[in-house]
Design a protein around this ligand. Structure first.
Ligand code: PLP
Length: 389
């Protein structure tokens, strides 16, 4: 069969593959510590569930506006106003089935052979997949454990050129939990603004899962970047709605029509019931977001302390999101280590290189699981490393 090489060579999100294998093992009776999943172990708050139940009965039942129900986009504009410090235009929000499609779409629209897309490594895997698929060149910025995986603006500046079409940033970051400081956020915005043909895709999907005393700083704040910023966010993480598939982008005005044509061709619109629930999430109590964040922070602290007690293991303290990204040593590649941990010890984790070459030597733990399960997992890793010698 004559399938294009770009199609044949497409890569995927390893964490979801591990999840599938681990779930199968569990179904077959294995005792698995499941720490590979990037989704909150909470259910959406009752007011979100109630809104969905009402909408399932009363509608909307048909196609909605392809860029999202107007009242949801108005709610998004209000909700993000404090992040921006100025008013936002509801007509520039494009609601998508989850946050992922905004990244895929931005890269699909902007990438082509000869174009360069800059991204810090480690990164969220879908970025690299879509860059490669579209024939552009991924230019990585290796982040260092010794810097707490911080993205240094100078490293971005060194890589910017007339070929740069897009810069990808993700704060708080998956898989490291690192966050951009206010000064670095501004500096990065200023650097990108010096290259008017380049866009910045800011993936802020973990912006509400931030640990005190850290503060999230949104790129929405910078008016001077308005024509270059593609902002990504969604309901999956903040409201524990991964399976509901609602996310969104805030697009430069001049790209809204083009992006809408793409989304209309791809999926027509997002499930109407889920959109109504998403609006209820924005307008309702935010108590559960606070409670979840507190839980993730507490679990991350306990697990990190236990990881650092294992000889040869080090782990940067995350500022947000719900992951730990320890360096584990042990002399195995991170792929082999993760595979053996799953098959021999029943510990499901994502390997560091699932997030880019620079993740070699690291593993990603999700703390979106009970403290008992997390500590069980840390214990399995400690025993495995001790047996490796
Ligand atoms: N961006 C980052 C950095 C993520 O970690 C994820 C999910 O893991 C997403 C985007 C996509 O989330 P979703 O498509 O489920 O909304």
């Amino acid at each position: 069969m004559n399938i294009p090489s770009s199609t044949r060579n497409i890569t995927t999100e390893a964490a979801l593959q591990v999840l599938a294998e681990a779930a199968q093992m569990r179904q077959n009776g294995a005792n698995i510590a499941m720490l590979c999943v990037g989704q909150p172990d909470f259910a959406p708050a009752p007011h979100i569930q109630d809104a969905a139940a009402r909408a399932a009965r009363d509608g909307p039942h048909g196609y909605t506006d392809p860029i999202g129900i107007a009242s949801l986009r108005e709610a998004l504009a209000e909700y993000h106003e404090p992040d921006a410090g100025h008013s936002l235009d509801p007509a520039r929000f494009i609601v998508t089935p989850g946050g992922k499609p905004t990244a895929w779409l931005a890269i699909l629209m902007l990438a082509e052979p000869g174009a360069e897309i800059i991204l810090p490594d480690p990164f969220f895997p879908v970025y690299e997949t879509s860059i490669n698929f579209n024939g552009a060149e991924a230019v990585t910025i290796p982040l260092q454990e010794k810097d707490g995986f911080a993205l240094r603006p100078e490293a971005l500046r060194e890589r910017m050129s007339d070929k740069t079409r897009l810069v990808l940033v993700n704060s708080p970051a998956n898989p490291t939990g690192a966050m951009l400081s206010e000064a670095h956020t501004r500096e990065i915005a200023e650097i990108v603004a010096e290259f008017p043909d380049a866009y910045l895709l800011s993936d802020e999907i973990y912006s509400r899962i931030v640990f005190e005393p850290h503060r999230h700083h949104s790129f929405l704040r910078y008016d001077f970047l308005d024509a270059q910023l593609i902002y990504l966010n969604g309901f999956s993480k903040t409201y524990a709605m991964t399976g509901w598939r609602v996310g969104y982008g805030y697009w430069p005005l001049h790209l809204v029509d083009l992006a809408t044509r793409f989304t209309t061709n791809a999926h027509s619109c997002v499930n109407g019931v889920a959109q109504v629930a998403a609006e209820a999430a924005l307008r309702g109590s935010q108590d559960q977001v606070v409670e979840m964040t507190r839980a993730f922070r507490g679990r991350a602290a306990v697990a990190r302390a236990a990881l650092e007690d294992i000889p040869g293991v080090s782990c940067v303290e995350p500022a947000g999101a719900f992951y730990l990204f320890p360096r584990v040593g042990g002399g195995l590649s991170s792929v082999d280590m993760a595979r053996r941990l799953l098959r021999e010890r029943g510990l499901a984790l994502a390997h560091g290189t699932a997030f880019g070459e620079n993740g070699e030597g690291f593993l990603r733990f999700s703390v979106a699981a009970s403290e008992a399960e997390i500590m069980d997992g840390v214990g399995r890793l400690a025993a495995f490393l001790a047996d490796l010698g």
